[in-house]
Design a protein around this ligand. Structure first.
Ligand SMILES: Nc1ncnc2c1ncn2[C@@H]1O[C@H](COP(=O)(O)OP(=O)(O)O)[C@@H](O)[C@H]1O
Ligand SMILES: [Mg+2]
Length: 348
């Protein structure tokens, strides 16, 4: 990853001559820690899937969180007050932005233990509760992020078009199972669209040394979303002890119960009856949707990153991930009654 160019640093007062080093283990944006006499800040080159207008949304959300007394990174404006900096290269216009560095915190790739799920849930509960009265029209809206039907249709089309693909015989039967499960999922579209983080994977939660949740980072996906999809994505990430690169996954019902209890402890009584009743459906939906996306990319081989040191091809890596998420989805569907009972108990 190339270091930030001098012309970008020059736009930030006090950081013109800052030392820059790659920071964190994020996979989407390019992240650097800047250090100078002025202090420290996090400078990121935004991934091209996000539009620069998202910074108006991040500013509105983080200002609101700060007003409520929550810890949050804030955008550091450039000298001219701009929330982001654009830099034209031969290929594209890069978008750079700086944020305050929240020190002394750690991210985790997986939960340290089951109780950690409670702390993660409580952090998200505080975030949602603080944003409940935010009045803001999002400027950057990613169309179709959790349009599950569209992702399923894309998988069906990919299978139809890939009969000669070397992985066709492995993907086609898996895809048939995923598509059948997808067709049986209930719609969640009638639920309220709440202010949401949009990408609650564990590595976007910062914890202190005692594993108390302190703040959320990676706010490029903020927007409105149905609560079961926001929390479903979180539970998918937090409650799969095997991780995303295993083919045999099973949801930890214990963790689901703890995460939802933590959430409820901080979100107050904000969760409606319908939302609570749909949480497990949201989790199943997210697992099936992600399985569909990985399975489609096993054939299309153009979206998800992959690790050449561990897999022979992008398709092969995505096939492993598709099997993993599908096994996770099956465990959610098979354990539905138990999961729903735990969620209901956690929400009282
Ligand atoms: N403001 C911040 N303060 C402290 N650490 C941060 C901050 N922003 C990002 N990080 C660290 O950098 C990592 C990557 O940043 P993130 O915004 O999540 O990028 P990506 O979109 O690539 O995941 C985070 O997981 C976190 O460890
Ligand atoms: Mg991240």
């Amino acid at each position: 990853m190339s270091l930030p160019p001098a012309e970008v640093l020059a736009r930030y007062a006090g950081f013109e001559h800052a030392a820059a080093r790659p920071y964190g283990r994020g996979l989407i944006n390019d992240t650097f820690l800047l250090e100078s006499a002025a202090g420290r800040c996090v400078l990121q080159r935004l991934h091209p899937v996000f539009g620069a207008a998202v910074h108006h949304d991040i500013e509105a959300v983080t200002a609101h969180l700060a007003r409520k007394g929550l810890v949050t990174p804030r955008l550091v404006p450039a000298r001219d007050g701009a929330l982001w900096v654009e830099r034209a290269t031969d290929e594209r216009v890069e978008v750079w932005r700086a944020q305050t560095f929240v020190p002394d915190l750690v991210t985790h790739d997986r939960l340290a233990h089951d109780r950690h799920a409670f702390a993660a849930g409580a952090l998200v509960g505080r975030f949602h509760r603080a944003l409940a009265d935010l009045e803001h029209e999002y400027r950057f809206v990613r169309a179709g992020v959790h349009d599950t039907r569209a992702h399923l249709a894309k998988l069906a089309a990919a299978v139809d078009a890939a009969r000669d693909h070397r992985l066709y015989d492995a993907v086609a039967p898996l895809a048939a199972e995923i598509l059948a499960a997808g067709a049986a999922l209930p719609a969640l579209s009638s639920l309220p669209q709440r202010h949401s983080h949009g990408d609650l994977k564990l590595s976007n939660l910062l914890f202190d040394a005692e594993l108390r949740g302190v703040c959320l980072v990676d706010l490029d996906t903020v927007g409105r979303m149905a609560l079961p999809l926001e929390l479903g994505d979180a539970l998918r990430s937090w409650c799969n002890p095997a991780g995303e690169d295993a083919t045999d996954c099973a949801v930890s019902a214990e963790r689901v119960g703890l995460a939802v209890a933590g959430y409820a402890s901080a979100a107050g009584d904000a969760v409606t009856r319908d939302e609570g009743a749909a949480l497990v459906d949201g989790l199943a939906t997210i697992c099936v949707e992600l399985a569909a996306r990985f399975a489609a990319d096993a054939l299309l081989e153009r979206y998800f990153g992959w690790e050449p040191s561990r897999h022979p091809s992008r398709g092969a890596h995505n096939l492993v991930r598709a099997r993993g998420q599908w096994s996770l989805a099956r465990s959610v569907l098979a354990g539905r009654a138990d999961l729903e009972a735990r969620v209901a108990a956690a929400l009282v």
